[in-house]
Write a protein that binds this ligand. Structure first.
Ligand code: FES
Ligand SMILES: [Fe+2]
Length: 424
């Protein structure tokens, strides 16, 4: 991210504070149809055209450090395995033996020089998935090994994360993330280590879960502390919409938190005293200062939210299990300032605080799904501050293809004029 952009974000927040209505000419949204959360047909379209065509985070490069190291992955429906090849490149294959379908690897994590199915020992090359050994091959009539390679899934890495895409002809990850890369590019994400991970299963549609993290004006209502104030002031929020359904949101601190942080004012962005925490390496001090003195989050379409921080950050992943069930996972990454398995006190405190916020967010989700199923609810009215939610839905429709969607479930395409310029 260019230094001027950080300055521009600050100016945008000043503008947001000053306005008394949405910007001149901002469109009126229709309600988001509730069928988008409860229609099986629409859910199936999302699975077929959104999740089977999107780049999603499936792991960390650290998980597969050496050639032959692998992890398994099942969150996109079919079983898969991710393995580092002899050439050092990380690849993803379907974990389905092409003989009779036994899993090629059974462990969640391991290392192997060859991918040998346990059932009858068909073996595959770790680098290209080629079928390299078939016991009793003479008893197969005309077995063509080249037709029985392990099928591959598109796989690339960015910022130390392993992204996969079920579409073998997926556009390159770099292009798909586009300008939204600028939110991780200034940080040395590759060197970050996992601090801890958590997950919960929530009985609601995956979008109900994701949408809780795409606006901030609920913050003071459900995330205030015991003294009755919240760390963020939602009037100080600048949002940015990127092409491809990605977006970002930078929110200034509340006056109470400004005071507690020894800042002069909400826009006094400078390095704060973070005690025992180690700061993430970056070549852009202005960007780091922004992370220190605001809440800054980036969302990567369709199912990733990253609330960034100067001393590390969690990534939140939303996985649809079925139309009414979502697996919400979060993994916290930071520069390593601990040894062994026992986390130091400052991380124990931080993880407890963050998990508490996640619990507060979770609290609404199952009841909201029940309401979406209720005839008492006609649709979801969305305001200017909730436009990242609209942006998510617009992209879903673009990926599915508007003509495939029942007319009453479609979204108007309105946000194009409000996208960030792509001149990174
Ligand atoms: S099922 Fe894998 S070798 Fe037979
Ligand atoms: Fe929240």
């Amino acid at each position: 991210m260019k230094k001027t952009t950080v300055q521009e974000i600050k100016e945008k927040i000043h503008y947001e504070i000053s306005r008394t209505a949405p910007p001149e000419g901002f469109p009126k949204f229709h309600d988001i149809p509730r069928g988008r959360y409860i229609s099986e047909e629409f859910y199936n379209l999302e699975q077929e055209f959104v999740f089977a065509n999107s780049w999603v985070i499936a792991g960390r490069e650290d998980d597969v450090l050496e050639p032959g190291d692998f992890i398994t992955f099942k969150k996109l429906g079919e079983p898969m395995l991710i393995i580092r090849g002899k050439d050092g490149k990380v690849r993803c294959f379907y974990n389905t033996c092409q003989h009779r379908g036994a899993p090629v690897v059974r462990d969640e994590k391991g290392s192997s020089k060859r991918l040998r199915c346990q059932y009858h020992s068909w073996s595959y090359d770790i680098t290209n998935g080629a079928l390299v050994a078939v016991p009793d091959e003479h008893d197969f009539v005309d077995l063509d090994r080249t037709e029985r390679c392990l099928p591959q899934v598109s796989c690339e890495t960015f910022a130390g994360f392993i992204f996969i895409n079920k579409n073998p002809k997926a556009e390159p990850l770099n292009e798909s993330l586009g300008k939204a890369r600028e939110m991780l590019d200034p940080l040395d994400c590759e060197s970050l280590k996992e601090v801890y991970r958590e997950s919960m299963i929530i009985p609601c549609n995956w979008k109900v879960t994701a949408e809780a993290f795409l606006e901030v004006y609920h913050f003071k209502h459900i995330h205030s502390n015991k003294e009755g104030w919240a760390t963020l002031d939602s009037k100080r929020a600048a949002m940015g919409l990127y092409r491809g359904g990605h977006s970002r949101m930078i929110t200034g601190y509340s006056d109470q938190h400004v005071q507690k942080s020894n800042m002069e004012a909400w826009d006094d962005w400078k390095p704060l005293d973070n005690g025992d925490f180690k700061t993430v390496q970056s070549t852009n001090q202005d960007f780091l200062n922004m992370l220190d003195c605001t809440s800054t989050a980036v969302s990567y379409f369709p199912n990733t939210i990253i609330p960034l921080g100067a001393f590390g950050f969690p990534i939140l992943l939303f996985w649809p299990i079925d139309i009414r069930t979502t697996l919400l996972e979060w993994f916290y990454y930071a520069p390593q300032d601990w040894e062994g398995d026992e986390l130091p006190l400052h991380w124990k405190i931080r993880s407890k605080q963050f998990n508490q916020i996640m619990d507060e967010d979770k609290y609404n989700m199952a009841p909201m799904q029940e309401s979406l199923e209720s005839k008492a609810f006609t649709g979801v009215p969305i305001n200017y501050q909730e436009r990242r939610i609209w942006h998510l839905h617009e992209e879903i429709d673009r990926m599915i293809g508007v003509e495939r969607i029942q007319e009453e479930l479609r979204m108007d395409q309105l946000m194009e004029p409000y996208l960030e310029n792509s001149d990174v």
